[in-house]
Design a protein around this ligand. Structure first.
Ligand code: PRP
Length: 183
């Protein structure tokens, strides 16, 4: 992979740690949704594409997969709290058991917005699965399945980006501050 390794401060979550946790989340989800028809995994692009692909392939109960693309307005690391829909679901979700699959909860704005939006579409149920959550969020949002809690640093890899780069690193690493906070 062609990323400058010296952009990274340290590896926060190794490939193996992520694999083990994703499999355990999938196991719990499969158990909780046994005998529940119409499980509908909603992956939030772009960040969740790798997490969703790995998670879904370990979920052993029948399910469908769809995507939404959302983006926070603003600069590369500053969230303004506004969220816009770039790509919406392809079908109505009434009678569906929706599981939002998100890569990271940072301020909480995106998931807060999504939970309100999707609840309004009257699904049979609505839960949220996030791979990582930062320790401090401005909005506390309910998360039913959580992989890891991390400190308030900028992380990249396993779907997560900085300026649309580093998404395909196999691990999750802290980016050096001088990369995202240039002096
Ligand atoms: C990132 C991430 C989450 C959101 C979390 O998406 O994938 O969706 O930010 O931040 P929040 O909790 O502060 O709302 P981003 O808008 O950067 O788009 P991307 O997934 O395409 O990278």
């Amino acid at each position: 992979m062609n990323y400058p390794a010296n952009d990274l401060e340290r590896i926060l979550l190794s490939e193996e740690e992520i694999k083990v946790r994703v499999e355990s989340l999938a196991k719990q989800i499969s158990k909780d949704y046994t005998d529940t028809p119409n499980l509908y995994l909603v992956g939030i692009l772009k960040g969740a594409f790798i997490f969703l692909a790995d998670l879904a392939r370990h979920i052993t109960v029948p399910h469908k997969v769809d995507f939404m693309a959302l983006s926070s307005y603003g600069a590369t690391t500053e969230s303004t709290g506004e969220v816009r829909i770039i790509l919406d679901l392809r079908q109505p979700v009434e009678r569906m058991h929706i599981l939002i699959v998100e890569d990271i909860i940072d301020t909480g704005n995106t998931v807060h917005y999504l939970q309100r939006l999707l609840k309004g579409r009257q699904p049979a149920s609505l839960k949220t699965c996030a791979l990582i959550k930062k320790q401090r969020n401005s909005i506390e949002v309910p998360v039913d399945y959580l992989g890891f809690t991390i400190p308030n640093v900028w992380v990249v890899g396993y779907g997560l980006d900085y300026a649309d780069t580093y998404r395909t690193l196999p691990y999750i690493a802290e980016l050096k501050k001088e990369i995202y906070q240039p002096r």
